[in-house]
Design a protein around this ligand. Structure first.
Ligand code: FAD
Length: 395
C-alpha cells in the first residue's frame, strides 16, 4: 500500500494513478529490504553492489519511460517520484539508473531509428545490457557543446561503411563494467557532434576506473580512451547529428537529476528527524529545541519548494512544452536547495552527522557530485540566462 512520504508535505504524490502508486510502493519496499542494507559498506569500499541490478530492473526502473518497454501507461511525474525513491535511499543507485535509463536508453529513444529503439531499448530496460553515456572529456566539461576533441571519421567499405572514433572521455558512469557506451564525437567532415553506440569490448576501447572520489563512491566512473575504434554504420544513432540532439537528451535527464536532488534532501531530512526525536540533550529530545526545529523546517521548506518545481517540470514534459531552460532552472535550483538542506541535516546531528552509519554523512558527500554533474549550477544558470535575456553568456 502506497503512503505519501511525510516529506511530501503538500501531498504531491496524491495525483498519481493507482497503478503508479502501486509501482512506487513496490519500489520503496524493495529498496528498503534489498538495497539499503548494502549501501554503507559498499560506499566505504567504493564498490558497486552488482547483486542489486536484476532486482532493480525487475521493478521496471529502466522500462517505464519508453513506448517499447513500459509496463503500464505512466506520467513523467510518476517517473520523477521513482527517481526520488531511489535517491532517498542512495544517490549512487539513483545515478546508476539515471545513466542506464535517462542517458543511455534516453539517447537511443530520442536519437535512434525505430529499428535501433526496438533492438536496444528492451535490452537496456531489462538490464541484459548495461549502458553508459560518454560526453565529458578530460579537456572538455562545461564547454562540451563546442569543445569536444573526440573525432569520428566515416570510411566506406565492403560492409557498407563504418566510423572510426579517436579520443578520450572522462567521468563516464557504469563504463568499467557496462556493455555499451553512447559516445559523442565530432564528425571530421562536417564538424558536428554525433552519437554512436559503442560496445565496450570493441578493440581500442579502454575504460579505467577513477579512484579516490569523495562523493558517489558507489558509482563506477571511468576514464575512457578510444584508439581507432571501429563502429558499424548501424550503430550510429540515426538522429544524433548535432549538439542540439545531445541537448534533447540532457533536457530530460536534467529534470530527472533535479528529482534526485529532492530525493537526497528527503533522505537526509528523514534521517535527521528520526535522530532528533531520539537524541536527548538538556533533558529532552533535541527535536524539542527550537533551533533544531528551525534546521528541520528550513530543510522541509527547501524540499517542498523543489518538489513543486520538479512536479511542474515533469507535467510540462508530458504536455510537450518543456524547454531546455525549464529543466536547467529545476536542476540548478533543486541541487542548490539540496546542498543547503543536507548541510542543515548534518548540522542537526552534531558529531554523529559525520558517521556513515547515520546516512546523512553519505548524502552530504554525494550532494557535491549531483550539484556538479549534468551541467554545473553555472552552466544551467547560463542556459536560463540566455532564455530570459536573449544574450548567450557562455563564452
Ligand atoms: P569544468 O567545465 O572544468 O568547470 C569547472 C568550473 O568552472 C565549474 O564550476 C563550472 O561551472 C565553471 N565554469 C566553466 N565554464 C564557465 C563559464 N562559461 N561561466 C561560468 N563558470 C564556468 N559526464 C558524462 O559524459 N557521462 C557521465 O556518466 C558522467 N558522470 C559523472 C559522474 C560524476 C560523479 C561526476 C563528478 C561527473 C560526471 N560527468 C559525466 C561529468 C560532468 O557532467 C562534468 O563534471 C560537468 O559537466 C562539469 O564539467 P567539468 O567537471 O569538466 O568542470
Amino acid at each position: 500500500v502506497f503512503e505519501p512520504l511525510a516529506a511530501d508535505f503538500y501531498g504531491f504524490a496524491n495525483e498519481l494513478t493507482d497503478a503508479e502508486k502501486a509501482a512506487l510502493a513496490r519500489i520503496r519496499a524493495h529498496l528498503a529490504a534489498e538495497v539499503k542494507p548494502l549501501i554503507t559498506e559498499n560506499w566505504e569500499k567504493a564498490a558497486f553492489p552488482f547483486e542489486i541490478i536484476p532486482g532493480l530492473h525487475e521493478l521496471g526502473v529502466a522500462a517505464f519511460a519508453w513506448d517499447e518497454t513500459k509496463p503500464f501507461p505512466n506520467s513523467a511525474v510518476f517517473r520523477g517520484f521513482a527517481a526520488l525513491e531511489l535517491a532517498r535511499v542512495d544517490a549512487s543507485v539513483a545515478t546508476y539508473v539515471g545513466v542506464q535509463n535517462g542517458l543511455a536508453a534516453g539517447s537511443v529513444s530520442l536519437c535512434g531509428s525505430a529499428e535501433q529503439r526496438a533492438y536496444w531499448l528492451p535490452k537496456l530496460a531489462s538490464g541484459e545490457i548495461i549502458g553508459s553515456f560518454g560526453l565529458t572529456e578530460p579537456l572538455s566539461g562545461s564547454d562540451s557543446a563546442q569543445g569536444l576533441r573526440t573525432t569520428a571519421r566515416h570510411e566506406d567499405g565492403p560492409d557498407g561503411g563504418h566510423w572510426v572514433l579517436n579520443g578520450s572521455k572522462r567521468w563516464i558512469g557504469n563504463a568499467t563494467f557496462g556493455d555499451i557506451t553512447v559516445i559523442w564525437a565530432k564528425d571530421e567532415a562536417d564538424k558536428q557532434v554525433k552519437g554512436f553506440i559503442v560496445p565496450n569490448d570493441t578493440p581500442g576501447f579502454v575504460a579505467t576506473k577513477i579512484e579516490n572520489k569523495t562523493a558517489l563512491r558507489i558509482v563506477q566512473n571511468a576514464d575512457i580512451t578510444l584508439t581507432d575504434v571501429i563502429v558499424p554504420d548501424a550503430n550510429k544513432l540515426v538522429n544524433a547529428n548535432s549538439f542540439r540532439d545531445t541537448a534533447k537528451v540532457l533536457r530530460q535527464t536534467r529534470a530527472e537529476v533535479a528529482w534526485c536532488a529532492v530525493g537526497i534532501a528527503v533522505g537526509a531530512y528523514e534521517a535527521a528527524v528520526a535522530y532528533a526525536k531520539e537524541r536527548m540533550q538538556f533533558g529532552k529530545p533535541i527535536a524539542a529545541h527550537q533551533l533544531v526545529q528551525d534546521l528541520l523546517v528550513k530543510s522541509l521548506g527547501n524540499i517542498t519548494a523543489s518538489l513543486a518545481l520538479v512536479v511542474q517540470v515533469s507535467r510540462m514534459l508530458d504536455a510537450g512544452v518543456q524547454r531546455d531552460e525549464h529543466s536547467a532552472l529545476a536542476k540548478a535550483f533543486a541541487t542548490a536547495r539540496m546542498r543547503e538542506s543536507v548541510a542543515w541535516c548534518r548540522e542537526s546531528m552534531g558529531g554523529n552527522g559525520i558517521v556513515l552509519d547515520n546516512d546523512v554523512a553519505r548524502f552530504f558527500a554525494d550532494a557535491e557530485a549531483i550539484y556538479s554533474y549534468e551541467g554545473t549550477r553555472e552552466m544551467n544558470t547560463l542556459i536560463v540566462g540566455r532564455a530570459i535575456t536573449g544574450e548567450a553568456a557562455f563564452v
